[in-house]
Design a protein around this ligand. Sequence first.
Ligand code: TRP
Length: 334
Amino acid sequence: MSDKPVVLSGIQPSGSLTLGNYVGAIKNWVALQNSHDCLFALVDMHAITVRQDPAALRERCHEFLCLYLALGLDPDRATLFVQSHVSGHAQLAWLLNCHTSMGELRRMTQFKEKAGTHTDNVNAGLFDYPVLMAADILLYQADAVPVGDDQKQHLELARNLAERVNARTGERVFTVPEPFIPEVGARVMRLGDPTAKMSKSDDVPANSIYLLDEPKTVTKKIKRAVTDSDGEIRYDEAQKPGLSNLLSIYSAVADRPIADLERDYAGFGYGRLKGDLAEAVVAFLEPLQKRYAEFSADRAGLADILARGAKAASQRAEPTIEHVYRLTGFVPGG
Ligand code: TRP
């Protein structure tokens, strides 16, 4: 075990990974691999809180793993694993359920939203989702959890549960996790509506740049992205959200400060910026997609990575389960 701080994060294998997932999350994960003891999970048990086609779910897990690898997540430096491979997630979630009140879960804004949009399937798993997420985090004694704004309330519940169980048992069963706010990394917004975050589950594909989009699709989407009519290339999120979004995407894929881009494009039109941005995005995606294809073709290699991840994560989860089971009063020897 290393003495570096433990970082855990997860992505649901649903929808298709976008440039927003890379810029807003995975890019930071790649950087954290050197400084932190990292665990990154594909949270397939979370994904089934909405209906999934089994074959598509299976395929998507492989796709996401190959994209993780192609983006630079490294199984030698981080633990990459699938949530359902580690029984501790379900075990701890049940235990935490018995320390969580219905009222706490009813207050969760994401539940209220999802219950409103998936009215035909408001299942108990959807309601309980934040407890499973708390289990993901507390199982590994995570110190820090990189999450977006939409997950802050869930992380707060994980903190409360950690403190509650520690207080009730009188032992330090769980590390109380902190939110991790990355130094770099911008929020990528929808191309067609720059006031909302780009999402891998958007019903309108033109809003997102998918990591597996073909070059001509990328170019078309960027050309059609919403901007404004004042004609000036300058970063201003409030007044010029569309243009600012294009500049921050450009900055992320080309690794150049926004101020440099503003200076270079001063006096040029939006068409020029969009053309160059499309080229920069394609130049980023092409080698990524090539690496992706290589990982994808190597099914035996992937199976090996998954098996290593499952083993490493299970071993790390075990002491937490043993400790909390003992303090709960479960008879040993099972
Ligand atoms: N709920 C998170 C999301 O939808 C995904 C997630 C599940 C997660 N478990 C996690 C994120 C643990 C961080 C830590 O984005």
